[in-house]
Ligand binder design. Structure first.
Ligand code: NCD
Ligand code: ZN
Length: 355
């Protein structure tokens, strides 16, 4: 096997959790060296619900980005959509260039979602104001109805909560985050105003990997990784060139002690090898010519952001002799497991030109 080289425009991460304090200091440099834009999830405790809180968090992120951050690294701040969110404050934050969008979490669906909602349409006035101002709605599309099987919860939420919003407020730009099933792919394909982010782990793993050969808590995330059929459909969508699908890593670090526990925290930390994993998948599917669209162009186009003119060069080595790190330790001694080391045995990347 010969070496393979691919040049792409600087990539963006349209969905990432950077946390705060020592964890932020440890993880932010990976995102800041890899990605131009990073859409920052607001599920801190307490959640980021005001423009002032988002601006302060952005400053902490930039301070943690580190000396090797891309010069064009830009955290794009998102407010947590709940009853605390004040529409006038959000719109002022958007006008000031602080706030990018708002994220809806069904209460109880995932990590730090206790402050979330029980009805998306219950926020109709806010959603209409967002539609009028062109502010995107980012959605964790997962039902919390205990009667619904875990693996059907994306489809259930989409049918009962998201479709009514998309149909009744068609001017609202919507992103279905971390698509895990064909139900997520379908609502994106059926509506021009709806885009979908896709993670490295939903692209490359299925529930057999998660459960069959000893339960692997480091693959546990929400929405839970689904069947092999669903994974194949997601990978086909990402590699198809369809501009409605774009990369969002959902990198979500948790301490090892929370991942290797009787009740496992949901979230996978993939930022260190986010490009390597997706490059290897596109290589396997003979789709490296579509990688740039997925990681660098489609999200920018969906959100009306200029495409990057800087270039990143990815290289697939002829051998796999490298031993990539599989965990990191924060300044306060917390260990965090890293997803994707296998792909990092093969792939490296470097920024070529900054503009
Ligand atoms: C995320 C986290 O840890 O913050 N966890 C996850 O499993 N994806 C929250 C989220 O995006 O659902
Ligand atoms: Zn997330």
């Amino acid at each position: 096997m010969n070496e393979i080289t691919v040049d792409i425009a600087a990539p963006d991460d349209w969905h990432v959790h950077l946390r705060d304090d020592e964890m932020l200091d440890a993880v932010a440099p990976f995102t800041a060296t890899t990605f131009r834009h990073a859409v920052i999830m607001p599920n801190l405790v307490p959640p980021v619900t005001s423009t002032a809180a988002a601006a302060a968090y952005r400053d902490r992120i930039l301070a943690a980005a580190g000396p090797d951050a891309r010069p064009d690294f830009t955290p794009m701040m998102v407010l947590y959509l709940n009853d605390q969110l004040d529409v006038a404050d959000m719109l002022a934050g958007v006008a000031d260039g602080v706030v990018f969008g708002a994220k809806y979490y069904p209460a109880g669906a995932t990590t730090n979602s206790a402050a979330g909602g029980s009805s998306l349409l219950g926020h109709r006035a806010t959603l209409e104001a967002m539609a009028a101002a062109g502010v995107p709605l980012l959605v964790h599309a997962e039902s919390t109805d205990p009667a619904i099987d875990l693996f059907d919860r994306e489809a259930h939420f989409i049918e009962h909560q998201l479709l009514p919003v998309v149909e009744q407020i068609p001017e609202l730009r919507v992103t279905v985050e971390h698509i895990s099933t064909r139900a997520g792919l379908d609502i994106v394909r059926d509506h021009r105003q709806v885009g979908g982010s896709i993670t490295p782990h939903h692209l490359t793993c299925d529930r057999t990997d998660l459960l069959a050969n000893g339960m692997r808590p480091h693959l546990y995330c929400k929405p839970v990784i689904n069947s092999a059929d669903e994974r194949r459909a997601i990978a086909a969508a990402a590699t198809s060139g369809d501009p409605s699908f774009f990369y969002g890593t959902d990198s979500a670090p948790h301490p090892l002690s929370a991942k290797e526990a009787a009740k496992v925290a949901a979230g996978i930390f993939n930022a260190p090898y986010a490009l390597e994993v997706v490059a290897e998948l596109f290589h396997e599917l003979d789709a490296l010519d579509r990688l740039e669209g997925f990681v660098s162009h489609h999200g920018a186009d969906h959100y009306g952001v200029e495409r990057s003119s800087a270039t990143v060069r990815l290289t697939r080595r002829a051998d796999d002799a490298v031993e990539p790190a599989e965990s990191l330790v924060t300044a306060d001694g917390t260990e965090v497991r890293i997803f994707g080391a296998d792909a990092a045995r093969r792939w490296t990347w470097e920024p070529l030109g900054m503009s």
